[in-house]
Write a protein that binds this ligand. Structure first.
Ligand code: KIV
Ligand code: NA
Length: 265
């Protein structure tokens, strides 16, 4: 199988082929989604929510991200793997950012990293890129800044924040980022960004006029039941399948139906 590279991801934008991206945090699920043909696998710090049960992405550590990333990497044959640099491990200065990015690359075998923010983290992005590590940007509703925003509602609805976002996207492009995630912003603004920068723009809750889409796997599979924002399309009800299967197992154990003679030695 041919592995996806940043060059192929750029070529997809250039020829108008939409890019598919999905999160994964463990070996078994990464194997399933890689073989299903997803272009980019994101080891998101959303692991803090869906894997660890935290309310925000802030608590997850660099060591924990490396654990998730190395599990995913062992499963992947085709997809390009991006790993989130977690909160608190890059905002300090560019040396801290470089040290964290290098730890992720060396210890997990990941292909690239993603960091949240625009002009504020420009020096860090340049430093990480100069070490040969591809960087993906992330603008809009950046969950590591949730306590600054105070709400998970749509970002950049007002002119000022929208202009700052467009200018940040251009900064990310100039720095040399290979792509940008835009989270929960108006579709028209995302369209403008995708037109004004030449690098791929991947949206989540950013409408259809971008170069690709990303979702959190557990959300699109119907495993995280409570989370139903308007941007989410649920492709399966895996949560109910698991609950039913486990219910049947419990019933069979209790009724002594399991194991039967054929299932015994
Ligand atoms: O952590 C994550 O899952 C993400 C995506 C929502 C883009 O950053
Ligand atoms: Na993230």
């Amino acid at each position: 199988i041919k592995k996806i590279t940043t060059h192929q991801i750029q070529a997809m934008k250039d020829r108008g082929e939409k890019i598919s991206m999905l999160t994964a945090y463990d070996y078994s699920m990464a194997q399933l989604i890689d073989s299903a043909g997803v272009d980019i696998i994101l080891v998101g710090d959303s692991a803090s929510n869906v894997m660890a049960g935290h309310e925000t992405t802030l608590p997850i550590t660099l060591d924990q991200m490396i654990y998730h990333a190395s599990s995913v990497i062992r499963a992947v044959n085709r997809a390009f793997v991006v790993v989130d640099v977690p909160f608190g491990s890059y905002q300090g200065n560019s040396s801290e950012a470089l040290r964290s990015a290098i730890r992720i690359m060396k210890e997990s075998g990941a292909h690239s990293v993603k960091m949240e923010g625009g002009a504020e983290i420009k020096e860090s992005i340049i430093r990480v890129l100069s070490a040969g590590v591809p960087v993906m940007g992330h603008l809009g509703l950046t969950p590591q800044s949730i306590y600054k925003f105070g709400t998970y509602s749509v970002r950049a609805k007002e002119e000022e924040e929208a202009e700052k976002l467009v200018s940040d996207a251009k900064v990310l492009e100039e720095c040399g980022c290979f792509g940008i995630v835009l989270e929960k912003i108006p579709a028209d603004l995302a369209k403008r960004v995708a037109e004004e920068v030449s690098i791929p723009v991947i949206g989540i809750g950013a409408g259809p006029h971008v170069d690709g889409q990303v979702l959190v796997m557990h959300d699109m599979l119907g495993i995280t039941k409570e989370f139903k924002p308007r941007f989410l399309r649920q492709y399966a009800d895996v949560g109910s399948m698991i609950t039913e299967a486990v219910g049947s197992y419990v019933k069979d154990v209790k009724s002594k139906d399991f194991p039967n003679e054929k299932e015994s030695y």
